[in-house]
Design a protein around this ligand. Structure first.
Ligand code: PGA
Length: 258
């Protein structure tokens, strides 16, 4: 009938370890999580975002069909004389599948602009890494009721240049800066409201079907005790978890919220 049925969008719980865990500690955590998930049948995809140096060891230590592995950043250059940087192709070569880009800590502490992030997203996709692209407003912006314009500018500045095919590989994470690591969480209503707005922007840009298929995660003090009510919202497709991803039990409890 000429109607293309939309595929059900993916539910995801992704951990962002940030700059935590030595290699040995990280391997122990990944192995523990792997064991905990061996006999479980999670109702969502599970991703762990580790520091660069953990990636290759972690992808060998876990069952990557159960635990998908992500980097937390990549260079905005392909290769060459950029001391200390790690390229998207290097990340890909470790067996990692995803890369977190545009995290508010990268934007705030390392000066990552829309333009820089646009280039990182491009290079990630070129190297067959799926970006988990983070957007979200600061406390001041929320107080000034500017959250919608902030997320719109972030999308327009770095990912709305992509083709439909490219954009369909992107996972979005809405992370209000005021909720990250603060213990303050967006209420389920606040999360639903802005997730629905983000989805409406995607629909305007790429059409309804793409919007319906885009996974939009919530991040910011998501914990075992609030994950369920956040994930129950129709436009919240899972979480990007910082602090609570550092303990296998807490992370598993969030996965079980689905
Ligand atoms: P948090 O971090 O869960 O510790 O608030 C979330 C994130 O920054 O991705």
């Amino acid at each position: 009938m000429g109607i293309i049925l939309s595929k059900m969008r993916k539910k995801i719980v992704a951990g962002n370890w940030k700059m935590n865990k030595t290699l040995q500690e990280g391997l122990a955590l990944a192995t523990e999580l792997n064991n905990v998930l061996t006999d479980a049948s999670p109702k969502c995809e599970v991703i762990i975002g580790t520091p660069f140096i953990h990636l290759a060891s972690v992808t060998s230590a876990v069952d990557t069909s159960k635990i998908h592995v992500s980097a937390q950043n990549c260079a905005d250059k392909e290769s060459g004389a950029y001391t200390g940087e790690v390229s998207a192709s290097m990340i890909k070569s470790t067996g990692a599948e995803y890369v977190i880009l545009g995290h508010s800590e990268r934007r705030a502490y390392y000066g990552e602009t829309h333009e820089i992030l646009k280039e990182k997203v491009r290079l990630a996709l070129k190297n067959e890494l799926k970006p988990i692209f983070c957007i979200g407003e600061s406390k001041e912006e929320r107080e000034a009721n500017k959250q919608n314009e902030v997320v719109k500018a972030q999308l327009e500045g770095s990912v709305f240049n992509l083709s439909v095919e490219e954009f369909s590989k992107v996972v979005l994470a809405y992370e209000p800066v005021w909720a990250i690591g603060t213990g303050l969480t967006a209420t389920p209503d606040q999360a639903q409201e802005i997730h629905a707005y983000i989805r409406s922007l995607i629909a305007e840009k790429y059409g309804n079907e793409v919007a319906e298929d885009t996974t939009i995660l919530y991040g910011g003090s998501c914990k075992p005790n609030n994950a369920k009510e956040l994930f129950a919202n129709p436009d919240v497709d899972g979480g990007l978890i910082g602090g609570a991803s550092l303990k296998a039990d807490d992370f598993k409890a969030i996965i079980d919220a689905f």
